[in-house]
Design a protein around this ligand. Structure first.
Ligand code: HEC
Length: 148
């Protein structure tokens, strides 16, 4: 049951910044571009701290970004990241559904974000919807998926 829920365990409350499991995934897979505090780099790497993308009520777009990557340009909190490079590679081959749900649930509850959990089942559904996809998403493609 706990495994099916991924992280965090149901009913868990309190600060999550120090949680080792999701932070370790973040450090391995995301930090090199988005920074230790999720602040990114102006015009190159967008922030993950307190962003409109992270706080979307539905995680449909986020899961797709992590699975298959994203190529710019993109606007984050109204700020343009205007070029196609650097881009974000997909993590479908290197992160499991539980790892993706763990990292996204943690990000949506830390770094100034405040949004609901992402379950492993939601990641599995979206992974299975595009098993052959190898290209990165564009902003226009992602905006076609519901945010709420
Ligand atoms: C190699 C660098 C790189 C890595 C590693 C990386 N990203 Fe990204 N990410 C980007 C870039 C660059 C963009 C914006 C797209 C563009 O400009 O091409 C982006 C966009 C995003 C966005 C949408 C915009 C925003 O800032 O909210 C999210 C969410 C995101 N990344 C999450 C993650 C997560 C979670 C991980 C780790 C699992 C990760 N990224 C790993 C470079 C990276």
């Amino acid at each position: 049951m706990l495994l099916a829920l991924g992280w965090p365990a149901a009913g868990r409350a309190g600060p999550v910044e120090a949680d080792a499991a999701p932070r370790a995934i973040y450090q391995r897979a995301c930090l090199s571009c988005h920074g230790a505090e999720g602040l990114g780099k102006p015009r190159l790497y967008p922030p993950l701290a307190a962003t409109d993308w992270l706080n979307a009520p539905r995680p449909d777009r986020l899961i797709r970004i992590v699975l298959h990557g994203m190529a710019g340009p993109v606007k984050v909190n109204g700020q343009p990241f205007p070029t196609a490079t650097p881009f974000m590679p997909g993590h479908a081959a290197t992160l499991s559904d539980v790892e993706i749900s763990t990292a996204l649930t943690w990000l949506r509850r830390s770094m100034g974000n405040n949004a609901g959990p992402v379950t492993p089942a939601e990641v599995t559904t979206i992974r299975n919807a595009a098993p052959q996809r190898s290209s990165m998403w564009t902003e226009a493609e992602l905006l076609a998926f519901p945010a709420r």
